[in-house]
Design a protein around this ligand. Sequence first.
Ligand code: ADP
Ligand code: MG
Length: 377
Amino acid sequence: MIWFVWFVLFKQTNQTNQINQINPSNMAPTVRTKARPTIHEFDLIRTLHRRHGRHTPSVIQGIGDDAAVITSPAGQWSVLTTDLLTEGVHFDLRTATMSDIGFRAAAANLSDIAAMGGTPQHLLVALAVPRTGTRQHVLQLYRGMMDACRPHCVGLIGGDTSASKSGWFFNLTLIGGVAPRKALFRSGARVGDFLYVTGTLGDSLTGLKLLNERPIHTKRRPSSAALTTRHRKFLTGRHLRPTARIAEGRWLSTHRLATSAIDISDGLSGDLRHICEDSHVGAYIDLNALPLSPACRAYAAARKLDPVNLALTGGEDYELLFTVSPRQCRRLEQSAIEQGFSITCIGTIRRYRFGMQALTPHGTRHQLAMTSYEHFT
Ligand code: ADP
Ligand code: MG
């Protein structure tokens, strides 16, 4: 509600400014103190349009009218996702640049489309800028977002702009498509299926830990011989500029290789739980099999942490977790080699009663904790 009042005030500020040129007494003093000298909304939108609003054949109307208009091939299913990001909750300006924040936000949205087996097409961005925010900040944010989107030919087709009284807020909406009946759901896993992940796990959490040890504005950092500069770059890069597995998701859906899929945004154990609950199954995973990068292992060794725990609970890797029927496993693994995709089998799907169990590196079994990131705890 407060946000809405402020939004109205901001809109009125722009309108009042125009009226004010005719009669200065029309501008209420309280409104004038909230005027933003560094950002002119319409000029900003024009710049965003010019820089990022390139039209693809499926865009009938992009930025510039009351709403965007697009076409989709007849019969294609639309895949829609939206993400809200709040300063202090989802990102910290002390450890990331605006461009990194934009990139990561877009990658998270792209990853949702990847997990459905879809192809991303169009982006809408709603933005609330705090008083400390400048035009340059906004342009950097968009540069990062579009850097993530460009390889997938995703164009900016609209959005909304407002002021914020407390920090940055922004919301991305991605529109994509998938061939009919080829979408991948969390609910498709069956008893006997094998569990796979793409890439490596735990890198993003490790990268975040590194960034928190060494804010970008200071040079101090804990020393550790085992962790090379290349390791650091790799891990912080995996956190700040994650790769959405669009090609892998499309491959799994187009060739009907997976029975279910989810992207790892909350952490392996948390996201596996989503598949188990939605498919009404249990799961058994071998913690020895979790794919770990050399950099993640080096970090864990240097800080005396358990790398398996980093891989199990660390969120925001944006890798895909998916299940494959035993009949398809050979075809999947053969095809992954041909395509150059990195995938690892980490377990199997069991009956619901089995729950979620893990084989530990010590050879013992234990019930898997359902730890994942929760916003309201
Ligand atoms: P309205 O008042 O009808 O919401 P706006 O002035 O907010 O119109 O928006 C004008 C055009 O600019 C629309 O096409 C809208 O989608 C686009 N737009 C506004 N803000 C943004 C933004 N932050 N990013 C991208 N496009 C935007
Ligand atoms: Mg608007």
